[in-house]
Design a protein around this ligand. Sequence first.
Ligand code: NAG
Ligand code: NAG
Ligand code: NAG
Ligand code: NAG
Ligand code: NAG
Ligand code: NAG
Ligand code: NAG
Ligand code: NAG
Length: 593
Amino acid sequence: MRLPKFPIPAMQFLTSLTYLSSLRIFAEATGNNLDDCKCQPSQRCWPDSHAWSRLNKTTNGALLKTVPPGIVCYQGPAYDKEACEKISEESKYHTWITQSPFNVMQPGWNGNPCPPTGGAEANGTCNTLLGSPVYVINATNPSQVEAGVKFAKKYNIRLIVKNTGHEFLGRSSGAHSLSIWTHYMRDADFTESFKPKKCSKAKAHSAVTIGSGMQWKDLVLLAHPHGKLVVTGGNPTVGCIGGFMQGGGHSPIGSKYGMAVDQVLEINLVTPSGQYITANECENSEYFWALRGGGGGTFGVVTSATIRTYPTQPITVLSQNFTLTSDDTDIWWDWMAYVHSDIPRISEAGLMGYSFIFDNGTGKVGWAAALTMVNGTAEEASDILKPLYANLTNGKYKDHIIYDQQTYTFPDFMTYFVNFFRAERAGSTAVLPSRLLDARALTEDPTFFAATLKKMWSPYVGAYLGHIVGGPGVAQYKNVDMALNPAWRRTYNHFIAATGWDTPDLRDAVVDHARNVLEYNLRKLAPETGQYLNEALYGSEGWQAANWGSNYPRLFSFKNKIDPNGVLYCFNCVGSEKWVESANGSLCRASWA
Ligand SMILES: *[C@@H]1O[C@H](CO)[C@@H](O)[C@H](O)[C@H]1NC(C)=O
Ligand SMILES: *[C@@H]1O[C@H](CO)[C@@H](O)[C@H](O)[C@H]1NC(C)=O
Ligand SMILES: *[C@@H]1O[C@H](CO)[C@@H](O)[C@H](O)[C@H]1NC(C)=O
Ligand SMILES: *[C@@H]1O[C@H](CO)[C@@H](O)[C@H](O)[C@H]1NC(C)=O
Ligand SMILES: *[C@@H]1O[C@H](CO)[C@@H](O)[C@H](O)[C@H]1NC(C)=O
Ligand SMILES: *[C@@H]1O[C@H](CO)[C@@H](O)[C@H](O)[C@H]1NC(C)=O
Ligand SMILES: *[C@@H]1O[C@H](CO)[C@@H](O)[C@H](O)[C@H]1NC(C)=O
Ligand SMILES: *[C@@H]1O[C@H](CO)[C@@H](O)[C@H](O)[C@H]1NC(C)=O
């Protein structure tokens, strides 16, 4: 028997015997009797039109054949100047993308098959084959999902899942695929005393059961009349229980309530073998474990889930700035390191939120933050930052840096959410080298921290994004066993050195810089933590260890057990190292797998 060759250098971390033996078992169990590549439309294995029509019947007519909306911009019978202008404008907005069966927020990773042109007739071809799915099931119930999964399994077709398409690594699109689109599963059922099925020992919780197409703003609005808040993401259009939750899901109120995965009481899903099941701590508990942090599009297609609700709370937001007024950039980075060293204290005291370090367009660097306090007054929130400001106005920084602050108090979570979060725009492709920073990384060596931020700061970097969303609320669940990267439990700041590209010719240079300079240096700040898999570098070095830490071997062997033939595949997802995706869209088993 061949021993597997690890295709990825940082797989070296996985030397545990469990992991090695799971690979061996897999290699023996599957042998060589399967096709080595997923089927493509040009090939004989591809189902004929009768088979597709049968699938359409089984799904009650929910099958859509992909017609890229951008086709109206291309030379040929579909060209329509006005329609092209309209689609070019609409597709800049994420709200439109969530409503499109085919489009995703960052099509760049999948070759951007058919970009709208603004109006002009494009002379190239609208390449319908690469990047987009070939067919989409517009699913409204689990039996349609079951039919789709069984069909993809039977014909060996690549299967992907799209919820909103708000996705930084291209995982909700893919060439030559059948896509299950969950947008229209949108029920919401509130209860004061939810108990997981077959789980008499469980405590009852105030909760809501939602369909997998539910988006945060809609759920916030539905929860409000019940007097409830939900632990949302920081974006109105993101799907609540898709890749967001399954990858962990950090929240603007996470430092009090925990992460999205910490709220989940039960999940209904269709497994990779096409069975509709319920997973909770009492039944199918290994699915329940894996789906809470193991990543979307990997362990099944989630159709609904039940998450906790809480009594709504007043929210105070403290908006504040630091501006460098001199030319002394060394003192600036010194101050930034000091501010970061204070984050654990600020977080433990009850402030949480987002920070941005950016160039204001004139070469001047600045910091802005929106910090939130749950159930605190403006005065209580401001008091937390007083020691920081005292250091600024008394210390060596005082002739170089000024600050400004404003506070806003909202009577309830809904009012805060709708005022603070706007839908993101689509467009350029974000590249997100990032690291979870714990107290040690933030406080131990401010000189090294300052030098690192300074060294990485270049025209490549759009901004440093700080997500102060860990801390006490996330740490409180540290003894709950789930797939979420354990590093989250001691994280105070999920830090991204954000970069990106607009045109494909820049892709390689930007990704190389992101990996070799930004990711490399961020990891030196916190070698022992990890990263947030939903907001990490595309093709991150050693992504398995970085995304899941010590949970990876268990995730890998569970994936092998429930989906030995890779019915569900996505980029940098658990088990995806067994597959090789080529630029022409072919998806084939790695030679060792
Ligand atoms: C599926 O059936 C519906 C309704 O019968 C039809 O409108 C639709 O075009 C069919 N889809 C495909 C891909 O043929
Ligand atoms: C396509 O080609 C025509 C004729 O050569 C030219 O006028 C037009 O500008 C081209 N369109 C684009 C978008 O380049
Ligand atoms: C998808 O299904 C929903 C619900 O049946 C329907 O309202 C919507 O128009 C469908 N979308 C497309 C693109 O067919
Ligand atoms: C950028 O910052 C500098 C220094 O504080 C300030 O003078 C300038 O007005 C700012 N520019 C913008 C566009 O905010
Ligand atoms: C909100 O704050 C008030 C006053 O400090 C306190 O009595 C109450 O218990 C707090 N509620 C929650 C949910 O923390
Ligand atoms: C911040 O203030 C404290 C208390 O005055 C002092 O000990 C510390 O050295 C100051 N730190 C900086 C970076 O100025
Ligand atoms: C922060 O800076 C911006 C631009 O320099 C300014 O308009 C704003 O009022 C400042 N203050 C706060 C609290 O955001
Ligand atoms: C796609 O590319 C791969 C790798 O270059 C190659 O092995 C394969 O034959 C190609 N498939 C098709 C259908 O062109």
